[in-house]
Design a protein around this ligand. Structure first.
Ligand SMILES: [Zn+2]
Length: 308
């Protein structure tokens, strides 16, 4: 079986102002780094509004569409901008997450990686935030639960920033376990251990500034992995942000490329144990272009190894 790679050229049409870290070149570097890998390449569809309505109200979806500028930029948050291509990109990003779930649950791929932008894990119910428009990972979880009828889905978010949007969208969802590690303190400020959700299905793992791969591995081995195994998800969704890398300019963790390979391999091992290896991974952050490309490649290579 294979690893699916979902992406679309529209995700390169989401342009941000000069100097903005979440830029087109991120995805270009990633796609170049993945070029030689053996992957089932799938064109990401536009998400249906019915899918988006699983996580956002109609008024919010309309507001995002209406805010799209004909040219130039529309600013909708302190650091979130729309260009003329942003709405299509956001619909492709969300559509990739939905399609990836369909492929993996339908047995057409063992696992999948969505090379998409804008990212999604900061987007809240009716608020765009932190470069994010639609909650791609939370949508993947809801689609797996509500459309495919799964009973238990886990989201693991190793982006250096707290996945506040995913946490909020799944806060009262007893069928979803949300595990998110983040540098603390760091923007957006949430993600304390006492944030556990309505049904105690949220696990926040703060990591100290300056800490590295050893601290991360210990935290995942003692806190995240036992919780994940005990929950026995039928699908694991990864919010794959690569900004905990030591070269990343937006944060102060010191993970090496090898640490991203390690965490991916461990998640694949658990997926093999509990859910026939079913993993859907979606791109979140990562702002040093070379580190991002290398870490993403290491992540996808582990998915490929696990799919064999
Ligand atoms: Zn991030």
């Amino acid at each position: 079986m294979t690893t699916a790679l979902l992406t679309h050229a529209d995700c390169l049409g989401h342009v941000t102002p000069d100097g903005h870290p979440e830029r087109v070149a991120r995805l270009e570097h990633i796609l170049h780094a993945l070029e030689a890998l053996e992957l089932k390449r799938v064109t990401a569809p536009l998400a249906a509004d019915d899918d988006l309505l699983r996580i956002h109200p109609e008024s919010y979806i309309r507001d995002i569409r209406v805010a799209r500028p004909a040219d130039g930029f529309a600013q909708i948050d302190g650091d979130t901008f729309l260009s003329s291509g942003s709405v299509d990109a956001a619909y492709r990003a969300a559509g990739a997450a939905v399609r990836a779930v369909d492929l993996v649950l339908g047995g057409e791929a063992s696992n999948a990686f969505c090379a998409i932008r804008p990212p999604g894990h900061h987007a809240e119910f009716e608020t765009a935030m932190g470069f994010c428009l639609f909650g791609n990972a939370a949508l993947a979880a809801k689609h797996a639960l509500d459309h495919h009828g799964l009973n238990r889905v886990a989201v693991v978010d190793f982006d250096v920033h707290h996945g506040n949007g995913t946490q909020g969208l799944l806060w009262d969802e007893a069928r979803a376990l949300v595990i998110t590690s983040q540098q603390m303190p760091l923007w957006p400020g949430s993600g304390r251990p006492e944030e556990t959700g309505v049904h105690d299905t949220v696990l926040n793992i703060p990591l100290a500034p300056g800490s590295g791969g050893a601290e991360m591995r210990a935290a995942y081995e003692t806190k995240a992995f036992p919780r994940l195994r005990a929950f026995r998800p039928e699908l694991i969704i990864i919010s794959a942000g690569f900004d905990a890398h030591q070269d990343d300019p937006l944060a102060n963790l010191n993970w090496a490329t090898d640490d991203f390979a390690w965490i991916t391999a461990e998640l694949c091992r658990i997926a093999d144990e509990v859910c026939d290896g079913r993993i859907v991974s979606t791109l979140e952050g990562g702002y040093d272009l070379n580190a991002l490309a290398q870490a993403t490649r290491a992540h996808v290579e582990e998915l490929i190894k696990a799919a064999r």
